[in-house]
Design a protein around this ligand. Sequence first.
Ligand SMILES: [Zn+2]
Ligand SMILES: [Zn+2]
Length: 143
Amino acid sequence: MKSARRNRNSKQRQAIADLLSSGMLSHPTADEVFAALRASDVKMSLGTVYRNLAALSGRGEIVRLSGAEDSDRFDCDTRAHAHFKCSHCSKIYDLPLSTFGLKKLEQNGFKVQSANVIVCGVCPNCAKKFNTDTTKLTTGETK
Ligand SMILES: [Zn+2]
Ligand SMILES: [Zn+2]
C-alpha cells in the first residue's frame, strides 16, 4: 500500500512540475498553480499544491521567489537569473545576470549558484499604456 501512495504523490508532483515547465504560467503563485490544475481537470487540494511546491523547491527542481511583497512565486527555470516585477500588472520578467555585471564575477573565479534579485518598476507594456500620464507611474503606491 505504501508504494501505491508514494506513486500517487509522485504523480501529483509530476503534474505540477509539468505544468510549470509547460510555460503556460509565468512565475505563478501557488493559487495560480491550483487554478490551472483545476482547469486541466487534475484534482488536488490547495494544501497538496503547497506541499508539492515546497517539496519541488526543496529538491531544487523549481525555485521559490520570496520577497516580492505578494505571495511567493515559483519558477521552473533553476538557472541563476534575476527578476523584474511590474508594479502595475504584477507580471514577472526574467532578467539575465549580465544585466548586473554578475557575469564578470565568474570571470574572476566566483561561481554563481542562484540570485535572489527582484527589480521593481514598470514593464514596457504598462509604460506604453500610461505613457500619457506619467504621474500615475512614479511609485505604484496608488491603489
Ligand atoms: Zn506591467
Ligand atoms: Zn524566472
